[in-house]
Design a binder for this molecule. Structure first.
Ligand code: EPZ
Length: 462
């Protein structure tokens, strides 16, 4: 057992945020380009030998990793602020392999396999494996590629995909996904654009990021109909060309800031946003008592002093997004009454419960369902985000807590939120980033505490 001082000695310096609680926000926050769109649009550059220009690319570590992956494949990439120019004409040879350390750093790199198979007869990608929020299986990706005429096998922790049919091309077909998978839909959608014949995807994921991808692919010369619905039709074409495309605003970042407004009980204006992409979140926040005004590219939220507890169940789009479940739970921890929060997409996406309990929240976890009874005030403390969205939830909870909190786990936060603390600071929050020996290593434990049955009416009202 290490002594505390020896742990501190061993610690490297860690970045952390110092957050002053009982914050009030005011003004307007600029929403960045969508991470989960930008990543797949970057992968789509592999589908052609001309330059793809992407505007509104957010400055995130995930984008840096995808940039390095494309460079490792031989693509030429130039970045100027939020603009990326990618030219993948330089890829050569008849087979391609993605580097393990980069794939391991970014699961989303799996979607490169589809575009690469339109250029190379054999592609080798390390198995991305699971992550902190779940096993993240890839059977839908593999089944879809096999349906397109690709021989896919797993050998020594690698996916080896080989086109063996006499045409030496992907062959269009009908694919019916067992479950709605964003990544698998994107993989097959991109591969099918240059397949021989027609591909129909049934039970496709309907997320806005898939629509954004299809819109760009059609600008590149693809022939796609139905993206954003559960059935997508793709007529294979011979070639795609470059284009200029602007990434859609990040609906998850926008939802995070809507919740930041609600948890601090202070009004906020956000733009640019596409209100339609936020419908499920907006309707839950309105049920919780918030007044929300929408115009074409802007949303204004005016929260009440007392937030009502409102149940959610995470679902594929257009349902309530799993990526906002953790931030939303932080809000419900300060609401009046008890809410039921059910996570149906990922099996291990409740790591924030233990940290919220350490702040004094009353949460009872039964499998992937949390019963949250609001408390008058959360207690500031030292917190660690276990994944991207739970890190954001820790910051939001700290905005509301009494006192000054320390939030670690910024390597997760920086994957998905561009200039997060700068944006909060410009809204009036006293927040700063420092480097120090990890203060949280002093923390005893973050396991989720078994709590007596709290689903009762006598919980303190917030
Ligand atoms: C995308 O991940 C997003 N990531 C995730 O955002 C998001 O949470 C998720 O979609 C759901 O909306 C990117 O776009 C880069 P899935 P993805 O395939 O594509 C099961 C964030 O915080 N499944 O839609 O990996 C899977 O287990 C990240 O920004 C299979 O069973 O998610 C899960 O239960 C986290 N077989 C469900 O589908 C498969 O082959 C949804 O996963 C693939 C998925």
């Amino acid at each position: 057992m290490h002594s505390v001082s020896s742990i501190l000695k061993e610690d490297s310096l860690l970045p952390y945020l110092r957050v002053e609680g009982k914050s009030c926000l005011s003004g307007h926050v600029n929403i960045s380009g969508a991470k989960n769109s930008a990543l797949v649009l970057m992968a789509a550059s592999l589908l052609c030998k001309e330059t793809l220009v992407l505007n509104n690319i957010p400055k995130l570590t995930d984008i840096d990793v995808m940039t390095n992956i494309l460079k490792s494949l031989g693509a030429n990439i130039k970045r100027n602020k939020n603009k990326l120019q990618i030219n993948a004409s330089g890829l050569n040879g008849n087979q391609k392999e993605l580097p393990y350390e980069l794939v391991h750093a970014l699961r989303a790199s799996l979607v490169c396999i589809g575009p690469l198979l339109t250029r190379f007869e054999e592609v080798k990608i390390p198995l991305p494996g699971g992550c902190r929020i779940g096993a993240r299986p890839i059977d839908e990706h593999i089944n879809g590629l096999q349906a397109l005429g690709v021989n896919v096998r797993i050998k020594d922790e690698n996916i080896i995909a080989k086109i063996t049919n006499p045409l030496r091309k992907l062959i269009g077909t009908k694919i019916n996904f067992k479950c709605k998978s964003v990544g698998a839909t994107e993989t097959i959608l991109m591969a099918a654009t240059l397949a021989h014949g027609t591909t129909i995807i049934e039970n496709a994921a309907e997320e806005p990021e898939i629509q954004d991808l299809a819109n760009m692919l059609n600008k590149m010369g693809a022939n796609i109909k139905g993206a954003g619905s559960s059935q997508i039709n793709i007529e294979g074409v011979n070639r795609l060309h470059g284009c200029i495309h602007r990434v859609i605003p990040d609906r998850i970042e926008a939802g995070t800031f809507l919740i930041a407004s609600a948890i601090t009980r202070s009004p906020l204006t956000l733009s640019p946003v596409i209100p339609h992409h936020l419908e499920s979140v907006i309707s839950k926040l309105e049920e919780a008592g918030c007044l929300i005004e929408q115009s074409n590219e802007q949303v204004k939220i005016i929260p009440p002093q007392t937030i009502n507890s409102v149940d959610i169940t995470t679902m594929p789009y257009p349902g309530f997004p799993t990526d906002l479940q953790a931030p939303y739970m932080a809000l419900m921890a300060t609401a009046r009454g008890t809410s039921k929060i059910k996570e149906t997409i990922f099996e291990k996406r409740m790591q924030h419960v233990g940290e919220l309990q350490r702040m004094g929240s009353k949460i009872q976890l039964q499998g992937n369902t949390a019963f949250v009874s609001g408390v008058k005030s959360l207690k500031a403390t030292s917190l660690t985000g276990g994944d991207l969205r739970s890190s954001a939830a820790m910051v939001l909870a700290s905005l509301s807590a009494q006192g000054i909190s320390i939030v670690e786990g910024l390597s997760h936060l920086d994957r998905g939120y561009e200039n997060f603390e700068d944006k909060l600071s410009s809204l009036g929050v006293n927040i700063s980033r420092s480097m120090i020996k990890s203060p949280n290593r002093m923390k005893k434990n973050t396991k989720i505490l078994e709590q007596p049955n709290i689903v009762s009416s006598d919980a303190e009202v917030a």
